[in-house]
Design a protein around this ligand. Structure first.
Ligand SMILES: C[S@@+](CC[C@H](N)C(=O)[O-])C[C@H]1O[C@@H](n2cnc3c(N)ncnc32)[C@H](O)[C@@H]1O
Length: 336
């Protein structure tokens, strides 16, 4: 049964893995590896909250296995519980000082405090945008933060069943590129610009850059665009290929490209868990700098290795304290 569950997990068939492990654990509730694998399947299927009980039990049963401690750290990290994540990461290192994933997680300490979704909520409440546009909706956690008075549009080719749009909200089932190719965003916002946008779709650099270009064109100079997952905690998570649930992709490359080619923008990356939230201001909807050079910018930055930022991420990615009183000073006055 354990081997079947491992195979299903490796193949990304999380529900099947969980079903097999449910049967195993019904017969042997104290099977530590079974608990570990079911917790892992919950993390990989984007439900870290369901992983905690299994992983805590696995750690209690076998306290010296660094994998158990590390995955418990990952579950806390994905939930934005950075204090617990760091404690579990350190416990994994006590079990095995060379356990590389735990070293990286503990090294990500600058990211702490309020989770990105709480910060987005505060931004909505402070800025009171008339319009909101979101790329990448998933289960709708961030889309639901928009107030009923805000006209909100979300775009996602594969939103999850819970992602029901609220009043005054639309959810379009398509990629952002397809959306921009066939819709007039401003017209769909009743002729208003996008006051607030959140880009959290495909986490590959060139997609993020295209999304930024397309969104900025529909903004006003005082609008703001937030980019998610801009502060990666490790080389693996910052890669272009997704290997596990917690994946930030190479969004960091987009940030570097924006800094180089658009020095007129103001960019601050708030150190919000799990992996940073960048706020971009001073927008110029008429700028063609990025669209005119898109191909060469992509070639230039795809060539850049993660080691170019690894040691100086804070400076190169414009890290900003995750402290609401300070973040508030970055924001425009309320839109309505
Ligand atoms: C990290 S999730 C979004 C989470 C959501 N913003 C939140 O905070 O609750 C990323 C989503 O982007 C969507 N996605 C992937 N490729 C996309 C694309 N090309 N355009 C728009 N959305 C995309 C995926 O289907 C997935 O649901």
């Amino acid at each position: 049964m354990l081997d079947d569950a491992r195979c299903a997990l490796d193949a990304g068939r999380f529900d099947q893995a969980i079903g097999t492990l449910d049967r195993l654990l019904a017969a042997s509730p104290d099977h530590a590896e079974g608990r570990f694998l079911r917790g892992t399947a919950c993390i990989d299927s984007a439900h870290p909250e369901k992983a905690l009980a299994d992983l805590e039990r696995a750690c209690a049963l076998v306290p010296r296995d660094p994998r158990y401690r590390y995955n418990l750290a990952v579950a806390h990290w994905a939930l934005g519980q950075m204090g617990e994540a760091l404690a579990c990461g350190r416990a994994a290192l006590q079990c095995s000082p060379d356990f590389e994933p735990a070293r990286r997680l503990v090294g990500a300490a600058p990211v702490h405090g309020e989770r990105y979704a709480s910060l987005l909520k505060r931004i909505h409440e402070h800025c009171r945008p008339r319009t909101y546009f979101e790329i990448g909706v998933f289960e709708g956690e961030s889309l639901r933060l928009a107030a009923p008075e805000t006209r909100a549009i979300g775009v996602d080719p594969d939103p999850k069943p819970g992602a029901l749009p609220g009043p005054n909200q639309s959810l379009l089932r398509e990629t952002s590129d397809a959306y921009f190719a066939s819709h007039d965003l401003r017209a769909e916002l009743g002729g208003l610009p996008v006051d607030f946008a959140f880009i959290d779709g495909m986490h590959r650099f060139e997609f993020v850059l295209r999304d930024f270009i397309n969104v900025e064109r529909h903004c006003a100079p005082e609008s703001i665009i937030c980019l998610h997952d801009t502060y990666p905690i490790s080389r693996e998570l910052a890669d272009r290929e997704r290997r596990e649930y917690t994946w930030t992709g190479d969004v960091w490359r987009a940030l570097l490209a924006l800094k180089q080619y658009r020095p007129d923008l103001a960019i601050d990356t708030v150190a919000a868990p799990p992996s940073g939230l960048s706020i971009v201001r001073n927008l110029d909807p008429r700028s063609h700098v990025l669209s005119d050079r898109l191909e060469s910018i992509c070639a230039q930055y795809l060539d850049l290795d993660y080691s170019a930022v690894e040691e100086r991420k804070g400076v190169l990615l414009n890290l900003f304290p995750n402290d609401w009183e300070q973040v508030r000073t970055l924001l425009p006055k309320p839109f309505r």
